[in-house]
Design a protein around this ligand. Sequence first.
Ligand SMILES: C[S@@+](CC[C@H](N)C(=O)[O-])C[C@H]1O[C@@H](n2cnc3c(N)ncnc32)[C@H](O)[C@@H]1O
Length: 218
Amino acid sequence: MPADGLHLFRADDRRSPLQRGRRLALQATSLARLPRPVARFWLRAMRRAQAARDTWSIDVACRPAELRVLLDTLDGAQRVAEIGTAAAWTTCCLTLAQPGREVHSWDVEAHPERERYLALLAPGDRRRVHLHDRPGGLGPAEPPPVDAVFIDSSHEYDETVATFRTWEAALAPGGIIAFHDWQDDAYPGVTAAVRDLGLEGAGRGHVFVWRKPEYCGP
Ligand SMILES: C[S@@+](CC[C@H](N)C(=O)[O-])C[C@H]1O[C@@H](n2cnc3c(N)ncnc32)[C@H](O)[C@@H]1O
């Protein structure tokens, strides 16, 4: 069992004990404030990952504090695209956060770990998850219309720009594109892509949120 009990810190985390303590308090508070099915899934996934010694899945998944921001930002979106499935923790959380929501998730690689966590979903919820093994920047030949897109893939500049351009066209007017790890020193490509795309939006922590104008007329 890791020192923080829940393994909420990545193996390469270099923060001081005080900073870690504060962060842990924030994550625990955020976890308690997530919608109940989401919090329950997240804890079950964490226990399953610890039992399997699957630290990769723990390390790559959105933490509860970021998840709260994301779920709040995407509230009401019935058709969501996620670019970067990894172990599907956030895919499952997006699905459980809203009854009837359809979640399409793209990844360049079908990471086998994802099956361990997708198995935690009830069959009816699992049917609302659609997985696509293909670069998110290419998208499908004809992207399905969506209300929101969450970009959390390679974090590279070119790919982030390509993914935005692919999905902007598929996004309903008033829809949202959320970029994960914006203004995070570890991922300068995301911040630079948002800047060079000239997007006007709002930052909420490390999530940058851009909304497509309702009217795109002449
Ligand atoms: C940080 S992880 C995603 C974490 C996940 N969104 C979550 O919160 O649980 C990044 C994922 O993006 C995938 N990826 C990398 N390049 C990609 C691309 N061009 N298109 C789609 N996915 C990509 C990686 O294989 C990896 O699984």
